[in-house]
Design a binder for this molecule. Structure first.
Ligand code: 5CA
Ligand code: ZN
Length: 419
């Protein structure tokens, strides 16, 4: 799938220190890269509605990670998927009387525009599930052959005798090691987030769907020995990551709503398939952004869309600053007042740069790098720039005429904020 145009990134003299991120699985800070290239897989959108500020927060967070990794001298191999076939997409298309493919294409287009406006670096590979179906079929069949997956008769399938295929979570001895949830919580989250714990015929209630046999009126693809059908959700991300990056990847990213079941299941699929002890060296999760006291979500409809703000004339750089004001690991609520404060901060920063002189930016650039390299501490990074701006505006010393441009390059390269 076509991605979007990446912003240009200024080259900065010097380097960020080694980047560490907090790993959800262990709770510790771990290096975000092992070698010269960091492999990063971030779960992409299900394109049945437009990009809201929760999505934007997630992609800006992993954009920051990519920026500080590059600045630390590490190359980044970045893959992102699109869940362009799934129940919610089919349901929304049916509700609105449009073809599910047209709905997906329309929302993906809007997502690309939003990402470009927010100066998010494009992934190296941007892959839809639909275009990747052959990548899933063989691994699912391999899981079946190994006894880690099994058929469940699908009485309502288009073909008599057809079966859905499920993954047996007990085939992964380390199952549960991403989220560390207890059994009751896993059951509840599975029911809430796309699982089907009550489906009769499964070995275990948590076992997730790998392949769904074709039903009348539903899209279907050739599944070889699995029969015609469509893939389950978690296997898509497992296979795309394995195919494009090889495992273990350095960082698996997404929102914290994906810890269970999605990241737990993807990791289990991949570990069993590759006979590897780990899928990712670090699982990094963006906290949930909410509105009016509840998680912002397409299903609840309590959304603030990036595109609505843009059309209303909000500078995308102010949106970016409003997102960066929160540490990525925390949950927080969006408010109009917070956006207004971000607009004011952007104005202050621009004014200070336009003054043509300022204090030595080196200590600020060092602080920026240190903050971001330490688990993407964006609030600390913004505070460092605020201090420089404050000094530039109030300082009596003549200052250096090169300073504003040098600071601007760092703010642009590291925070993705163009002034
Ligand atoms: N297609 C799947 C991932 S494979 C999916 O979760 N799609 S999504 O459109 O629902 O979400 C896209 C990304 O935004 C995911 O990483 C998700 O965890 C994140 N996300 C969704 N809602 C929020 C929110 N309110 N706050 C922060 N991040 C969110
Ligand atoms: Zn995913």
């Amino acid at each position: 799938m076509k991605s979007w145009q990446s912003p240009s990134i200024p080259d900065l003299p010097g380097r960020a220190p080694r980047v560490v991120v907090r790993d959800t699985a262990t709770g510790s800070k771990v290096p975000a890269a092992q070698g010269d290239t960091a492999t990063l897989y971030v779960c992409g959108i299900t394109p049945y509605d437009a990009t809201h500020l929760g999505h934007a927060a997630t992609y800006v967070t992993f954009d920051l990670l990519g920026r500080v990794l590059r600045d630390s001298g590490v190359a980044v191999a970045y893959v992102q998927n699109i869940t362009d076939i799934d129940d919610p997409l089919l349901e929304r298309a049916a509700r609105d009387g449009i073809d599910w493919r047209d709905l997906a294409l329309r929302e993906i287009d809007l997502f690309r525009e939003d990402m470009q406006a927010l100066a998010v670096i494009a992934p190296d590979a941007y892959l839809g599930a639909v275009e990747s179906i052959p990548t899933f079929v063989r691994p699912i069949a391999a899981l079946v052959a190994r006894g880690a997956a099994y058929p469940v008769p699908a009485d309502d399938a288009r073909l008599t005798g057809a079966a859905d295929y499920y993954f047996d979570v007990t085939s992964d001895p380390t199952f549960g090691s991403v989220g560390h949830y207890d059994a009751a919580t896993m059951l509840a989250l599975s029911a809430e987030r796309g699982g089907d714990p009550d489906r009769p015929g499964k070995r275990g209630p948590l076992d997730p769907l790998l392949w769904r046999a074709a039903r009348s009126g539903e899209p279907e693809w050739d599944g070889g020995s699995l029969g015609p059908g469509r893939p389950g959700w978690h296997i898509e991300c497992a296979c795309i990551a394995m195919d494009r990056l090889g495992i273990p990847i350095d960082v698996q990213g997404g929102g914290s709503d994906l810890i269970f079941p999605h990241h737990e299941m993807s990791a289990s699929h991949a570990k069993v398939l590759a006979q590897e002890p780990a899928f990712a060296r670090a699982y990094v999760h963006q906290g949930m952004v909410g509105l009016h006291g509840e998680k912002m979500s397409k299903s609840k409809g309590n959304l603030v869309l990036v595109s609505t703000l843009r059309r209303g004339g909000t500078d995308p750089m102010a949106i970016r600053l409003a997102l960066l004001e929160h540490h990525h690991a925390t949950d927080w609520m969006w408010t109009d007042e917070a956006l207004e404060l971000a607009v004011q901060r952007l104005d202050r920063w621009r004014e200070a740069l336009a003054a043509g002189r300022g204090p030595d930016p080196e200590p600020t650039i060092r602080q920026l790098r240190a903050a971001l390299a330490d688990d993407l501490d964006s609030p600390r990074a913004l505070a460092a720039v605020d201090r420089w701006v404050c000094q530039a505006r109030t300082g009596d010393a003549p200052g250096d005429p090169q300073a504003p441009a040098r600071l601007h390059a760092a703010v642009d390269a590291l925070l993705g904020v163009r002034l």
